[in-house]
Design a protein around this ligand. Sequence first.
Ligand code: NAD
Length: 481
Amino acid sequence: MSKMIEITAEMATILPLTQVFEKQKARSLSLRKESLKERIARLRKLETWVQTNRERIKKAVHADFHKPLLEVDTSEIYPVFTELRHTLKHLDEWARPKKIDATLPYIGTRSEIRYEPKGVCLIVAPWNFPFNLCVGPLVSCLAAGNTAIVKPSELTPNTSRLLKEMALEVFDADVVTVIEGGVDISQSLLALPFDHIFFTGSPAVGKVVMKAASEHLASVTLELGGKSPTIVDASANLKDAAKRIAFGKFFNNGQTCIAPDYVLIEESVKQKFVEHLKNEIQLLFGEGKSVDESSVHYARIINSKHFLRINDLLKDAVERGAKPEPLGSINARTNFMAPVILLDVPTGAKILDEEIFGPVLPVLTFKNKEEVLQQVNSRPKPLALYIFSNHRSFREYILQNTSAGGVCINECVLQFTHPNLPFGGVNNSGICKSHGYYGFQAFSNEKPILRQKSGWAGPYLLHPPYTEKMKKIVDLLLKWF
Ligand code: NAD
C-alpha cells in the first residue's frame, strides 16, 4: 500500500518559494552570458516604468503613511532615478574587465579582474522608504547581471502591492519576482541558498539574516540603523545647523535610518540653538506655527505599535526628569506626534540607548571635546555622524577619534543620494556598502584571472629541489620584492 505524503503548512509556504528560486537559478546561468546591452535594456525598461508610474508610486506611499506627495518625489523616486541614471551612464566602465599590472615577480604573466554576477539574490526591505529601498538595490542587482527575489515590508501594503505589479509589468518572473509577506515569508526565503542577500532593516533582524546566510555561506549586504549623533560646537552657524538638523530629523517623521538621533550641543550655545531649532521646525512643518494634524508637510508614524514604542521612550525619559518641548499636538488616538525636543535627559533614560526612529530629538550638552567622545564611543558605531563646526581642528578631532558608516560636515542626510559616495554602516550599523559603483561591486564576484605564458616561467625558480642557489634567490625575494 503506497504511503501518502503529508504536506505540512510549513511545506506549503516553502514549496512555491522554492519553485520561484529554482526558476531563477536556472535563468541566472543564462544571464551570466548576456551582453551588457541586454542588462541596460532591462534597466531602461525599469526607468520608463518609474517615469510613467510616478503618480501611482506617490499615491501608494502616501496611502501607507501619509508621506507628503512631494516628499515621495524627493525621497523615494528621485534617489531611484539617481541610482538608475548613474548606473546606466557608468555600467559599461564598471563591468569592463580591468587589466592589472604585473609586479616584478609576476613578469611574463597577464592578469585581469572580471565582474561576474553572483547569481540569485534576495532583497529584503524595510517600510520607511518602501519604494526606494526595494528598487534602489534592485538596480545594482540587475546591473551586475543577477536575478532577484524582492521581499518588501508587510507594514506598507499599498507600496508592496504596487512593487509586485511593477515586477509583473516590467520583468520576467525568473529574473525579478516580488514576494509580499511578513516575518514567516522572510524566514522561509532566508532558508534558501541565495548567492547574495541584501538586507535593509534593524540591527536585531540583521543578526537573524546573517545567521541564516551563514548556513549557505551566502554573502551579505546589511544596511542597518542605530543612533546617529549630531555634534554642534559653538563655532557653528547655529541657524543653518538648526535648519538642516530640523529637516534631517523630522522629514519622514523621524523614521529615517540616517536621521540625527540625538544632538550634542556645546553648553554655552544651547539656549540659542534650541530657539533656532524650534523656529525652523515650525517653519518647515507647520508653516510657521505649531505642527498639528492638518499639516500636509509632515509624514505620519507608520502604525500604533511604533507610536506606542516612541511614546514609551518619551514617557520613560520624562519620568526620569527630562523636559519635553512638543512643537504641536500629540494624539494617541490617531498616532499623531508633532516634533518633540527633549531637554535635560538624564543618563539611564532608555531613549539614550535605543534607536528612536521617530519625531523626538534629545538635545544633550558637552563642555569639552572629550565629553563628545565619551557620548559617541560608549554606543555602537553609528550609521551616520554629523558635525556642525567651523573649527577644522574640532572636526578633525571628532573624525579621528570616532567611527561611523558615513559623515556629513555642516549638513545631514545628504550623503545618501550622492551617487559617487559609498553608502552603508560599520559593524552594528551595517556590513558592506551600496549605491552606484559600490552597489554594483556588492552584487558582483570580482574574479581575478591570471594567465601564464608557455615554456620557462619565473615561478620555476622556486620549485624544489631546494638547493643553495635557490636559497640565495629566496633571500633576494624576501629582501627586495
Ligand atoms: P525590520 O528589521 O523590523 O524589518 C525589515 C524587514 O525584515 C521587513 O521586510 C520584515 O518583514 C523583515 N523581518 C522582520 N523581522 C524578521 C525576522 N525575525 N526574520 C526575518 N525577517 C524579518 O526593520 P523595519 O522596522 O522595517 O525598519 C526600521 C529599521 O531599518 C531601523 O533600524 C532603521 O534604522 C533601519 N533602516 C536602515 C536603512 C539603511 O539604509 N541602513 C534604511 C532604512 C531603515
